[in-house]
Design a protein around this ligand. Structure first.
Ligand code: ZN
Length: 407
């Protein structure tokens, strides 16, 4: 096989395009492949396909995937046609897209790598600049979003995540499949509204639940956006209920600890995490230890018992209904333990959302997984120039978009 045939194959060229020369520039470690357009068959308008007169030709260069260790450049004089109907237009080359300076194969390879490694690693691997990689990624996201007609919004989760240092937040809206649907700055009600406003309306008409924490901002924003439907949609995740109760256990334990002799204090301190664990996951020795503690930490034991009872209601060990919660609330609100009474008040105020979450088995677990991925992404974030780039990389990695390049 001669080298022209080889490059016709590599670049997948077919008439009227064909390789005319291959030059090896050893000093620059570069292979330059010249491709020509055979005009004897005429030139067609890229819009209507009618045969037109040749207007002129423009010389262009594209970076292609390397040939072994050689950087490979494709050069061609690209014809422009003069269509009576559409004016002067450039003929589309088959190996690259629009005005890109890179071949489709090159861009697709960069996109494949960008799913796995940092942008910095890609710039080294492809011996290219940060801005080139960034441009390829931004174009891919735009392409993916423009193809996203239908996105599953049946069960949504809204979650906030802290980025960078300090108190800089972004709000992420995802669905039950762990697909990131929208991202916006901040963690206020308007952040959620901004997320919702980017989703096609026909998808949001199918929404049945939105899982969230107990922040009033997100609840109010959901009511504003969905109107009366919102009351049935707002769904308070188990994770957040559990967090409220765990906090109540910890603060009760701390206040009870103050009344204990020093030696017991030390011992209690060492075993403090046992109170926060799921009792079904405790080893026999840990279980015995907790039983022993319960005799001296009566209030903590009571809050802990109700925390576990709440878990049982949630997981269906106790009847998963409003009545179980009513009994639970009665016990908590009349316990005489301040931290527990406060927690009970929070839970009572959000009971409808808690019941909705239980009914639809909706949970932020997927969103929490997304959140973890987003945090891991931050570690790869050498070279993020600003938060918009960070947000777009989240969408790129976890948006499940169809970003492939084809003609
Ligand atoms: Zn035309």
């Amino acid at each position: 096989m001669d080298q022209l045939t080889l490059y016709n194959r590599i670049l997948e060229l077919s008439p009227p395009w064909h390789a005319t020369s291959v030059d090896l520039k050893d000093d620059e470690s570069e292979v330059v492949v010249t491709v020509a357009f055979d005009q004897t068959q005429g030139v067609a308008c890229p819009v209507c396909g009618n045969q037109c007169t040749l207007y002129d030709q423009r010389s262009r260069r594209w970076r292609h995937l390397d040939t072994c260790q050689y950087k490979t450049i494709v050069e061609a004089s690209v014809p422009r046609v003069n269509c009576p109907e559409h004016g002067v237009l450039t003929v589309q080359v088959p190996w690259a897209d629009g005005s890109s300076h890179h071949s489709i194969k090159f861009e697709n390879e960069v996109l494949k790598w960008a799913q796995e490694v940092s942008i910095l690693a890609i710039t080294r691997r492809f011996k290219t600049s940060w801005s080139v990689v960034d441009r390829i990624i931004q174009k891919a996201i735009k392409r993916g979003l423009s193809r996203r007609w239908e996105v599953d919004c049946t069960h949504l989760s809204v979650d906030e995540t802290c980025i960078g240092k300090g108190r800089d937040f972004i709000t992420i809206l995802s669905n039950r499949n762990g697909q990131v649907i929208a991202i916006s700055d901040g963690r206020s009600g308007s952040s959620l509204l901004n997320c919702l406003s980017t989703i096609p309306i026909q998808c949001l008409q199918k929404t049945r639940t939105i899982s969230m924490d107990m922040s009033s901002a997100h609840i109010e924003a959901t009511k504003r956006f969905f109107g009366n439907k919102a009351n049935k949609m707002i769904s308070i995740d188990h994770f957040h209920v559990s967090k409220v109760l765990t906090t109540a256990v910890s603060s009760t334990r701390l206040s009870e600890l103050k009344e204990q002799p020093s030696l017991d204090k030390l011992h209690s301190h060492k075993t403090r995490y046992l109170w926060l664990r799921n009792r079904h996951n405790l080893k026999v020795q840990q279980s015995n230890e907790l039983n022993l503690q319960q005799t001296s930490m009566v209030k903590t034991a009571y809050v802990w018992m109700l925390k576990e009872k709440a878990r049982d209601i949630w997981t269906g060990i106790e009847p998963a209904n409003r009545r179980s919660w009513a009994q639970w609330l009665y016990l908590a609100q009349n316990s005489g333990i301040k931290a527990l009474e406060l927690a009970a008040e929070t839970i009572r105020a959000h009971l409808k959302g808690i019941l909705t979450a239980m009914k639809h088995q909706s949970s932020n677990a997927r969103a929490e997984a997304v959140n973890k991925n987003v945090k891991n992404l931050a570690r790869l974030a050498h070279g993020f120039r600003n938060r918009d780039r960070y947000k777009s990389l989240i969408m790129f990695r976890y948006g499940q978009l169809d970003m492939s390049m084809t003609h």
